[in-house]
Design a protein around this ligand. Structure first.
Ligand SMILES: Cc1cc2nc3c(=O)[nH]c(=O)nc-3n(C[C@H](O)[C@H](O)[C@H](O)COP(=O)(O)O)c2cc1C
Ligand SMILES: Nc1ncnc2c1ncn2[C@@H]1O[C@H](COP(=O)(O)OP(=O)(O)OP(=O)(O)O)[C@@H](O)[C@H]1O
Length: 298
């Protein structure tokens, strides 16, 4: 897959299937668009291109708060997902006030027309341009609108996946995504208390503005140094010890190595419970013994 800022100089001249949207998380609803694009690409001997934005368009419309910078994936995972879905060319353009003012007609002239379009694929609720144009605006092109992909009678959307994660319902998030929700970060030093209670933990600090699941304890896999291990994670304030800031920590099973400074990816598989403030260390250890049993058996 080739990744480029959209500019007239770097566009591939060969016929292409253009897929449009922001695609945070590339969930099962989004994947349906790429299933269609791959089918068309074979039929028309064309490549697949996506024109999208590095950051959420919402940044241009709402008062800033840090959550607006958050994504369901790290930048690398986002690229990997586009690639897995068959994308050959990923064109990025910043969503700015100027961009937001383009009418659907301007958008077609300035962007769509610059590509050699074999077909266009969008979702059932896709709208674009300041005049909220829809597929009829693209009538010069062979275009396909993909029907809504639902789960439990409700549209699968990035918003819904985000809410499931914030609720701690990682099983639902994974089901909607079609893959396990993951957070990537650096392994940093914690209080070095974990090892004294028999459960050393890798403290993971994400630099990627990703959503963390709700406070609680989770069955996870963790990938570090090229190997994927089972483990159990805690997200919270270490209430028992009066912790002051929120951490993501993973006790990695059957693992003994120093991994500070390594990049690790945590895959959230299932929520076990909420955080408990114990009166003493013994209660916490007994609880973690039980968490371990659940996590190993999962
Ligand atoms: C699976 C798991 C479950 C945990 N559950 C709790 C809990 O219920 N209450 C709590 O106060 N801390 C809990 N912790 C956090 C521990 O307090 C923390 O790992 C320990 O204090 C070590 O911290 P450190 O990495 O900063 O040394 C849990 C940690 C793990 C890995
Ligand atoms: N469940 C779905 N079924 C079919 N198409 C979808 C579905 N969800 C999104 N799409 C389409 O995928 C493209 C990208 O959509 P978009 O990035 O707005 O995702 P979204 O999940 O709807 O996001 P949000 O929750 O932020 O509204 C659009 O063309 C949209 O119509």
């Amino acid at each position: 897959m080739k990744v480029n800022q959209f500019s007239e100089q770097n566009l591939d001249a060969a016929p292409t299937i253009l897929v449009l949207g922001y695609f945070d998380g590339l969930h099962r609803g989004h994947q349906a668009l790429f299933d269609k694009a791959r089918e068309l690409a074979v039929e028309k001997n064309a490549s697949i291109s996506v024109l999208t934005f590095p950051e959420s368009p919402i940044l241009v419309f709402k008062k800033f708060n840090e959550d607006l910078l958050k994504h369901l994936t790290s930048p690398n995972k986002r690229l990997a997902l586009f690639e897995e879905n068959g994308v050959d060319f990923l064109y990025l353009t910043d969503f700015t006030s100027h961009f937001a003012k383009l009418t659907s007609h301007d958008f077609v002239q300035k962007y769509v027309k610059k590509l050699n379009i074999a077909a266009i694929v969008v979702g059932f609720d896709y709208q674009f341009g300041s005049d909220h144009g829809d597929l009829t605006q693209l009538s010069d092109y062979e275009s396909y609108q993909i029907a809504q992909v639902s789960d439990a009678g409700e549209k699968i959307s990035s918003t819904r996946v985000r809410q499931a994660i914030l609720d701690g319902d990682v099983s639902l998030a994974n089901h909607l995504l079609g893959y396990d929700y993951e957070v990537t970060g650096l392994v940093v030093h914690g209080e070095a208390r974990g090892r004294t209670i028999g459960y050393p933990t890798a403290n993971i600090e994400s630099k990627n503005y990703q959503y963390l699941p709700a406070i609680g304890v989770y069955v996870v896999d963790i990938e570090v140094l090229g190997t994927r291990y089972r483990g159990m994670a805690s997200i919270g304030y270490n209430d028992t010890f009066g912790g002051q800031h929120q951490t993501l920590e993973v006790n990695i099973f059957d693992f003994r190595d120093e991994i500070y400074g390594e990049t690790a990816t945590v895959y959230f598989l299932k929520r076990i419970r909420g955080m408990i403030k114990f009166d003493g260390v013994e209660g916490l250890i007994a609880q973690m013994d039980s968490d371990e049993k659940i996590s190993r058996e999962y």
